[in-house]
Design a binder for this molecule. Structure first.
Ligand SMILES: NC(=O)c1ccc[n+]([C@@H]2O[C@H](COP(=O)([O-])OP(=O)(O)OC[C@H]3O[C@@H](n4cnc5c(N)ncnc54)[C@H](OP(=O)(O)O)[C@@H]3O)[C@@H](O)[C@H]2O)c1
Length: 276
């Protein structure tokens, strides 16, 4: 795949943030889209904007990707509509934040289900169809958080380490085929990722438009890894190779303390969160 014009791309987490930017930029380049997230009205609104602005087909599949059966449900909906996916963008993701032992367990489990289990399930089913056709692309949105342990986002860093390792291994397994796989490693991005908590946005956060644009360009260039936030993110990620693990984990803890993640609390519904 060397161009996005005329392909069909499925984007998870397309209702807002980086996923909505992927959808807008792909539509502008002539890609037909399948938008997936829970917020059906946000997806329908985006779909209708994209249909009127561009000559593309946009489908919406409202699905809760925490659900173990979600990959099968999504693929059944695709089959029912006769849609074959050329590019899968596994973008939906979430992070539990705060000290692991004093915060609710459920968001950690949800993040494993979403960031790992569903991602892997979608890759397995949709990737197998691509392999049969010997054509297609998969972009897994990981994070610089995957390159080292992340105190106060302990399970999140671990899920993204999974995505990093899984994607690199898969890219190598598929070398020599016409199916390409790339992992995207953003640093801080200005989205609603920490909404509902007191966590502060990193002042160096870049726009989600930049993440989508640069990573799509990297994919066109045939890369298997993309650092769309810039050189700083790449350098931070690579530093873990040259420092001791003890030093690296101290640095990442201090980074997350600066964002208030060591003393984070919920701002919208603390009572319901505690109940989980
Ligand atoms: N923002 C950052 O600083 C940053 C940095 C590095 C990596 N990333 C990664 O970038 C990706 C996108 O993050 P973002 O910042 O754009 O986050 P965001 O603004 O919070 O958007 C997350 C998206 O995931 C969807 N989602 C969450 N739970 C879902 C579920 N159970 N089922 C279906 N969809 C679900 C949300 O849609 P609904 O709520 O409508 O379901 C939304 O569309 C994630 O993988 C994240 O880990 C973000």
């Amino acid at each position: 795949m060397t161009t996005y014009d005329g392909i069909t791309a499925l984007v998870t987490g397309a209702s807002k943030g980086i996923g909505a930017c992927y959808a807008r930029q792909l539509a502008a380049r002539g890609a037909n889209l399948v938008l997936v997230a829970r917020s059906e009205s946000a997806l329908e609104e985006l779909a209708s904007q994209l249909r009127s602005a561009h000559n593309v087909q946009v489908d919406v599949i409202a699905a809760d990707l925490f659900d173990r059966d979600a990959p099968r449900t999504v693929v059944d909906a695709l089959t029912e509509r006769g849609i074959e996916v050329d590019l899968l963008i596994n973008n939906a993701g979430l992070s539990a934040v705060g000290p692991f032992l004093t915060r609710p367990l459920q968001p950690n489990i949800d993040s494993v289900d979403l960031n790992i289990t569903t991602l892997m399930g979608l890759v397995h089913i949709i990737g197998a169809r691509m392999l049969e056709r010997n054509r297609g692309g998969i972009i897994n949105v990981s994070s610089v958080a995957g390159f080292q342990p992340m105190p106060f986002q302990a399970s999140y860093g671990a899920t993204k380490a999974f995505v990093l390792s899984f994607t690199e291994a898969l890219a190598e397994e598929l070398r020599g085929t016409r199916l390409r796989v790339m992992a995207v490693h953003p640093g801080p991005v200005d989205t609603g990722f920490f909404d509902g908590t007191t966590a502060k946005l990193n002042p160096k956060a870049v726009t989600p438009e930049r993440i989508a644009a640069k990573s799509l360009l990297d994919f066109e260039r045939g890369r298997t890894a993309s650092f769309p936030g810039g050189l700083n993110d790449r350098a931070n990620a690579l530093a873990s190779r040259f420092l001791t693990r003890k030093r690296v984990v101290r640095i990442s803890a201090s980074f997350n303390r600066k964002s208030g993640l060591d003393a984070v609390s919920d701002v919208n519904s603390p009572a319901s969160d505690k109940a989980r």
